[in-house]
Design a protein around this ligand. Structure first.
Ligand code: HDD
Length: 695
């Protein structure tokens, strides 16, 4: 076995990160050569298997232990390696070495996840997405463990186990998997109005992203940056995708769960494999304490966002994901994120949710990875020098030399290696407690929730009212869908009573959607106020993103015009979009003129939900055959219902008619390749009104 060493500890010792088995001899784990990997050792050709067979026993023993406990939340994740480059130095805010100079860079490892489902669940349920990034900085690892929404469900870590128990599969029946549309989640929501803001985001299009590449990320909590003089500044972190933000439609995301369980994981992997490296800009909102003091909410409250219109996001760096993992288990399953990993210059705030997280992650990694030495697993190991006196433990991979395993020691005076010493200037110094958010310095030990955290309705109202009519309609439909699955009537009613405090029309529409009467409004601890709308919270108020990174599906039949296919492919390529050609049979399509081309996929295996826009390049005969092909009709009628652009040859018209595709601005001639590509990242929202009943 040959080993390629890539991660160094900087002390001369190298970590084995990747192994290549190419051209090697098969051995047991102890290196004993194996002569036969097909047959166990038995007495005679048909006799009993022998206990003596150490090759079989070791192989089965290892297999029996191949799994580690899955994460209690965020079990299903997709990962990639990349780099982070600083685009704006911010020494005035932080002493972190990484941010001292524009152009500084470090390796990163990103993991995106769904929250509620198990590791083997689907990619496109309605759910919040995790957005965790490990920066291997020159001063140790910084883990920014965020989500794709700027707020969280609860204000205090004390409630996290309850929140998670309520949303996971119900305890007695073991279902539903990866879904919030059930009694226990909504029961919890109905009793905990602080959840409502994140619930509104979860019911919006944000919770069904088009893919991981089209999501924003948020650090959520207010963090602190500390400069070389020890001055601390409160900040919030944002990730802005270069490809823009886009979501699926609910029907599309539900159908994708059957069409491609791995839709998001595949999308990320393929984009990187094909060189379409996704990028996000990292931004910060710098919070002025005097401004914070005047707000009707507390910036230490993780259920509140800070509108970008009020505090603009300043971009400070760019992440580029450019390398797929070599091994899903070694990297995705074994990566251990801990919000407590911060380099000098980045620090925590007193947000009570964040404070609880500082304990939970370190603790959970020990139970997932089985040893306090999980930091030595290559994906978790820092890429800078790491020296201390922590010793031993299960799965210790290092062999520390010498007898200095304690400090202070004076062994160096006797010519021995005395080991590392604390760096009083360069080391991490916890920021002094601050009262500069205008709040009182803590004096008593109290088990209470601050009064400044008490308004649970104003920001959900702001979020809802910041959306376009189309987006508001989606929130209403999602609430009706989820609450209709709630069997406990009193829970439905209590949720409606909270919705009234968010927005009366919202509550009325949801009640109407369930044919229920509106109950009295819930009693609010603090009466909600009308905050200014924030256009940045809406996806559809932003300009339509470029077609880059999107996917066009071209359905081709025998006798089709190859020049039209080529023109569509060329236009997509020029726009850095990808193309898949599909045909009724994958092996070959005979184009007009007799040329044969192979398709990339069979029609049955590539439903239109997996594409951003569609084209049908068919001959009259080919189109006629497809009018009797259920999958071809579904392909088009789904694409039309999902508001996608559809280009087609004139010969395909009977097929479109049968599939119920009627003429509109997004139904184009297949010869208009540029027109189609221009609509690749867009949807025809006007069409929605004619297809989906408004609630
Ligand atoms: Fe958490 C995992 C994000 C609150 C306890 N969380 C986890 C992951 C993400 C988040 C992205 C997956 C990490 C990975 O990819 O390995 N969590 C958040 C955000 C929160 C949050 C954005 C609020 C702002 N979490 C939170 C609280 C607690 C936890 C309040 C407990 C007190 N989270 C965990 C955990 C997990 C986890 C149980 C499960 C697996 C893991 O940590 O490594 O410890």
């Amino acid at each position: 076995m040959t080993a390629a060493f890539t991660a160094t500890r900087g002390n001369g010792d190298e970590l084995q990160e990747t192994v290549s088995d190419a051209g090697t001899r098969l051995t047991t784990n102890m290196g004993i050569p194996v002569s036969d990997n097909q047959n166990s050792l038995r007495l005679g050709a048909r006799g009993p298997t022998l206990l003596e067979d150490f090759v079989l026993r070791e192989k089965i023993f290892h297999f029996d232990h191949e799994r580690i406990p899955e994460r209690i939340v965020h079990a299903r994740g997709s990962v990639a390696h990349g780099t982070f480059e600083v685009t704006k130095a911010i020494p005035e805010l932080t002493r972190a070495a990484l941010f001292q100079k524009a152009g500084n860079s470090c390796d990163v490892f990103a993991r995106f996840s769904t929250v509620a489902g198990g590791a083997g669940s689907v990619d496109t349920p309605r759910d919040i997405r995790g957005f965790a990034v490990k920066f291997y900085t020159p001063e140790g690892n910084w883990d920014l463990v965020g989500n794709n929404t700027p707020v969280f469900f609860i204000q205090d870590a004390m409630k996290f186990p309850d929140l998670v128990h309520s949303v996971k599969m119900e305890a007695d029946r073991g279902y539903p998997q990866a879904a919030s549309a059930h009694d226990t989640f909504w029961d919890f929501v109905s009793l905990m109005p602080e959840t409502l803001h994140n619930v509104m985001w979860a019911m919006s299009d944000r919770a069904i992203p088009r893919s991981l590449r089209f999501m924003e990320g948020f650090g959520i909590h207010t963090f602190r940056m500390v400069n070389a003089e020890g001055k601390s500044t409160f900040v919030r972190f944002h990730w802005k995708p270069r490809l823009g933000v886009q979501s699926l439609l609910w029907d599309e995301s539900a159908k994708l769960q059957g069409a491609d369980n791995d839709y998001h994981r595949r999308d990320l992997f393929e984009a990187i494999a094909e060189g379409g490296f996704p990028q996000w800009d990292l931004g910060i909102q710098v919070i002025d304490p005097a401004w914070a003091e005047k707000q009707p909410y507390d910036v230490l409250d993780a259920t509140k966002l800070i509108p970008e219109e009020e505090v603009p996001v300043q971009l400070i760096g760019t992440m580029t994901l450019n390398r797929n993992v070599d091994n899903h288990f070694a990297e995705n399953e074994q990566v251990a994120f801990c919000p407590s990993n911060v380099p000098p210059g980045i620090d925590f705030s007193d947000d009570p949710l964040l404070q609880g997280r500082l304990f939970s992650y370190l603790d959970t990694q020990k139970s997932r990875l089985g040893t306090a030495n999980f930091h030595q697993i290559p994906i978790n190991a820092p890429r800078c020098p790491m020296h201390n006196f922590q010793r031993d433990g299960m799965m210790q991979m290092q062999i520390p030399k010498g007898r200095a395993s304690y400090e202070p020691n004076s062994l160096d005076k006797a010519g021995e290696v005395g080991g590392p010493r604390a760096d009083t200037r360069g080391g991490f110094i916890t920021a002094r407690p601050v009262t500069d958010l205008g709040r009182e310095a803590p004096t008593e030990k109290l088990r209470i929730r601050a009064e400044t955290f008490a308004d649970h309705y104003s920001q959900p109202r702001m979020f809802f009212r910041s959306l376009t009519d189309v987006e508001q309609g989606h929130v209403v439909s999602a609430l009706v869908f989820e609450l209709s699955k709630v069997a406990l009537m009193h829970v439905r009613e209590t949720v409606l009573s909270h919705l009234r405090n968010i927005d009366e029309t919202l509550a009325q529409r949801v009640a109407d959607g369930m044919a229920m009467a509106l109950p009295a409004a819930a009693e609010a601890a603090v009466a909600p106020v009308d905050l200014p709308v924030s256009d940045k919270l809406s996806i559809l108020k932003q300009p339509v993103p470029a077609p880059k990174g999107r996917k066009l599906g071209i359905l081709v039949t025998d006798g089709a015009d190859g020049a039209v296919v080529d023109a569509l492919k060329a236009a997509a390529k020029a726009a850095e979009a990808s193309v898949m050609v599909l045909a009724p049979k994958v092996g070959a399509v005979k184009l007009a003129g007799g040329t044969e081309i192979a398709a990339d996929a069979q029609l049955d295996g590539a439903p239109s939900v997996t594409f951003d826009a569609l084209a049908v390049v068919a001959s009259a005969e080919g189109a006629d055959q497809l009018t009797r092909h259920k999958k071809a009709l579904d392909w088009l009628s789904d694409g039309f219902a999902h508001l996608k652009a559809i280009a087609h040859t004139a010969e395909a018209q009977p097929l479109l008619d049968k599939a119920g595709v009627s003429k509109d601005d997004f139904v184009l001639d297949a010869g208009n390749a540029q027109g189609l590509i221009a609509k690749l990242a867009d949807r025809n929202w006007d069409r929605e009104k004619t297809i989906w009943p408004a609630l």
